[in-house]
Ligand binder design. Structure first.
Ligand SMILES: NC(=O)c1ccc[n+]([C@@H]2O[C@H](COP(=O)([O-])OP(=O)(O)OC[C@H]3O[C@@H](n4cnc5c(N)ncnc54)[C@H](O)[C@@H]3O)[C@@H](O)[C@H]2O)c1
Length: 324
């Protein structure tokens, strides 16, 4: 029953399997958006802690105006269960957030396929294991996919939807709608690939960072500093393609012409030969020019600078308040 306090209730329900870091964070994401949340964990110790954890995280978010409802309203929407069947019997979406072990995910997905309503989406928060390695034998495999969040999902909005070849296209569309409705930013990974997009990008940077430390080029602290106060500052506003597009007059095609050979040499020195071929650059450039015609380049550069100024202003305020 929806109480008078619960004006944002959507009438929609999610089952979350596993109440660890990610499960609890997803519970908050969905409760904040007015969903009924059925959170399940076999560990009685975890079940005893989750309500307090959701409340404490909501308090922290509220102090930055990222949650407006009271904890009693949010927590009224969350039901904690011991048994899987109770958590998934009347939901439109299940998110499995159990430990990253393929046998466990295989066992859980078989049970979920039997226990959840036939039209419910079955998603796994898996960081790296593709859904094809544990759901391919299921009768309901068409409704299974990975929905990989950043940690914690109430602060990192992007979520990677990774269907297997057997996942129905309509399931991916529904998953997109669901996650967008709870203020997340779904991105579809078109092919199953280890690390998806998020960890492949992170991995490329980390591989180089380790090499630079190994070769004595820079200290650990300085590499973090170059990222925090340099490359990453821009990347928190725009991505790597838009960064170089805005850094070079003439846009990304001009950047590739000027800088492509140097980047190719850096890759080759690391044993990686993945040249930016003319066709590849032409494709990326044509997408960028559709997103940003060159006659709007100057105003977008100004917009980027404004975003950086906002960030710097916030950092200075935080430093002044002794928060860093
Ligand atoms: N932590 C991250 O940074 C992160 C980010 C994205 C995705 N993930 C993925 O999310 C999933 C969960 O990760 P986490 O960090 O929350 O792990 P965690 O260890 O914090 O939580 C896992 C929870 O699952 C419970 N559990 C164990 N067996 C279970 C079962 N049979 N049924 C239901 N629950 C069970 C545990 O009691 C525990 O509370 C993993 O697949 C992980 O790879 C993690």
């Amino acid at each position: 029953m929806v109480s008078e306090l619960d004006s944002r209730a959507t009438g929609r329900a999610v089952g979350i399997v596993g109440a660890g870091s990610i499960g609890v964070a997803f519970a908050l994401v969905f409760a904040r958006a007015g969903w009924r949340v059925h959170l399940q964990d076999p560990d009685a110790g975890r079940r005893a802690l989750v309500t307090g954890e959701i409340g404490a995280r909501a308090d922290a978010l509220r102090s930055f105006d990222l949650v407006d409802e009271a904890n009693e309203v949010l927590l009224e929407r969350v039901v904690v269960h011991e048994r899987l069947e109770d958590a998934v019997k009347s939901v439109e979406l299940v998110i499995e957030c159990a430990p990253e072990r393929v046998e466990l995910k295989r066992e859980l997905f078989a049970r979920l396929d039997a226990l959840a309503p036939k039209d419910a989406l079955l998603a796994s928060a898996s960081s790296a294991i593709p859904v094809s390695s544990y759901a391919s034998e299921l009768v309901g495999r068409e409704r299974c996919l990975v929905a990989h969040p950043g940690n914690p999902p109430y602060l990192i909005p992007v979520i990677e939807l990774v269907p297997a070849e057997f996942t129905a296209a309509e399931v991916v569309l529904r998953a997109k709608e669901v996650f967008a409705s709870v203020r997340m930013r779904p991105v579809t990974v078109r092919k199953e690939i280890e690390g998806f997009i998020f960890n492949r990008l992170q991995g490329a940077v980390l591989r180089e960072a380790y090499c630079l430390v190994r070769d004595g080029v820079a200290s650990v602290e300085d590499i973090d500093l170059v990222m925090r106060d340099g490359v990453g500052l821009r990347w928190s506003v725009i991505g790597p393609f838009e960064t170089v597009d805005l850094n070079t007059r003439g846009g990304i095609a001009s950047h590739a012409e000027k800088m492509g050979p140097a980047y190719a040499r850096m890759g080759a020195a690391r044993g990686q030969y993945d040249p930016w071929t003319p066709e590849l650059v032409e494709h990326v450039d044509s997408v960028r020019r559709t997103l940003l015609p060159l006659d709007q380049w100057e105003s977008r550069v100004n917009w980027r600078d404004e975003q950086l100024m906002r960030l710097l202003q916030d950092r200075i305020k935080a430093e002044d308040a002794g928060e860093e």
